[in-house]
Design a protein around this ligand. Structure first.
Ligand code: AMP
Length: 417
């Protein structure tokens, strides 16, 4: 039997997924974000230049595609920010700031585990051409309101850090390198390698011994230039003004090269090892990495839908998940009544917005059982006599009451009961 590819999954019931994404869409509309869509296929170069060739996503997790003519190198997108910035530059968008979001699948060749897939879904939310750090605070507050007010999440934390501008990071990397030299023998092999290739990523190490050592490592927030230090203060003050609780995590750097200044993550202990369900930050350098002549300051975030759904699962009963419309099931008793059943159904569905299904297979008994199993509000039975007399038999599936109704009056009966 052919099965799903490792790290991917089927959604046989999308209602919960749709509830989550529609709630986010709705929330974002109220913050004046517009929905956009970019292709799933993108040039590999887009991510190499922006995420950084040394990042895990680019160096080992890309799904690349061999093109027939061996020309352009393409891949399945691993994230949504670089494509949205590409679109912004490619179409010379003039709106300022450009507040957009997109929803769709992302692809990373990671080792699958709980909450970590090779195909997963993100909502990418971006504020492009937004210089002031107040936009970062506003974005974070918008997300916090979404998780708390709309999804009723309680057991989560907002972690933030400020990784400064390029020169702050250059200076900090040197200090960190000096610190790591003093503890080099105690570091794991991955951290030793990262020290030379992508030093800030040492902080992402899960090894308890390394983690312990990083508790005493220098903090980048102590190395900020005056301008960045002021922005860091302003960010914290604005979050406090908006009553957003946060924790400063000095080792939060996030994996991708394009981040600067603000970085943040929403995490929950209920998720296990992969505890982040939303992450983001500021990416002032991304546009230049893509060849833009002018800098385009921006900030954004990505919500991981699968992890959000894991958090929402225990809250299913308390969430305002929209109920499908009441179902009416039409049961023609013989083949001669089947075309009439379709005609009645068609009128109810298209002229009157009634949710209807027609059963066309099986014995009368099995069709009645099926209607019951489907959760039908009424079974609408059409036999030979009913057909001749232009009526139907309407059975209330809850009470068992039956009544004969003229076909023309059926819609009124269904609407009132
Ligand atoms: P990132 O683009 O790595 O900053 O990730 C943003 C969010 O996407 C994370 O906080 C996760 O919720 C989600 N995410 C990232 N990678 C995966 C994955 N492999 N499987 C499921 N969700 C993921």
């Amino acid at each position: 039997m052919i099965r799903t590819i490792r790290g991917t999954q089927d959604f046989l019931d999308l209602s919960f997924f749709m509830f989550a994404t529609q709630t986010i869409q709705h929330h974002l509309q109220y913050y004046h974000f517009e929905q956009v869509a970019t292709p799933i296929l993108e040039p590999i170069e887009l991510f190499k230049r922006t995420l950084g060739a040394e990042t895990d996503v680019v160096s080992k997790e890309m799904f690349t595609i061999a093109t027939r003519d061996g020309g352009e190198q393409i891949c399945l997108r691993p994230e949504g920010t670089a494509p949205i910035m590409r679109a912004y530059l490619e179409h010379s968008v003039i709106e300022k700031p450009w507040k957009v979001f997109s929803i769709g699948p992302m692809f990373r060749y990671e080792r699958p585990q709980k909450g970590r897939y090779r195909q997963f879904h993100q909502v990418s939310i971006e504020i492009i051409d937004a210089k002031t750090i107040l936009q970062d605070a506003y974005l974070i507050a918008m997300l916090d309101r979404l998780f708390q007010e709309k999804f009723l999440l309680e057991n989560y934390a907002l972690l933030i850090n400020f990784i400064g501008c390029l020169s702050d990071r250059k200076q900090f990397k040197e200090r960190l390198d000096g610190y790591l030299d003093t503890v080099l023998n105690a570091l794991c092999d991955t951290c030793k390698r990262r020290k030379d290739t992508n030093i800030l990523r040492v902080f992402d190490c899960k090894n308890p011994a390394c983690k312990k050592l990083y508790e005493s490592a220098p903090h980048i927030t102590d190395e900020l230039c005056n301008e960045c230090a002021e922005e860091w203060q302003k960010l914290k003050q604005t979050l406090e003004l908006l009553s957003i609780s946060y924790t400063h995590k000095p080792t939060l750097v996030r994996g991708l090269d394009y981040y600067n200044k603000t970085v943040f993550e929403f995490v929950s202990p209920d998720l296990g090892a992969q505890d982040a369900f939303c992450g983001g930050g500021r990416y002032d350098l991304l546009a230049s990495q893509l060849g833009a002549k002018q800098e385009v300051p921006a900030c954004g975030a990505a919500i991981g839908i699968e992890r959000l759904l894991m958090l929402l699962e225990p809250l299913r009963d308390t969430l305002p998940i929209p109920q499908p419309p009441a179902l009416q099931v039409i049961i023609p008793l013989g083949p001669e009544q089947q075309p009439l059943a379709l005609l009645v159904a068609d009128q109810l569905q298209n002229q009157n917005n009634v949710c209807v299904d027609v059963l066309l297979e099986g014995s009368v008994k099995s069709m009645m059982r099926k209607a019951n199993k489907m959760g039908a509000q009424h079974a609408i039975i059409i036999g030979e006599d009913e057909q001749k007399q232009g009526v139907v038999l309407v059975k209330n599936m809850m009470t068992g009451d039956e009544r004969v109704v003229r076909q023309k009056e059926l819609v009124e009966i269904l609407k009132v009961s």
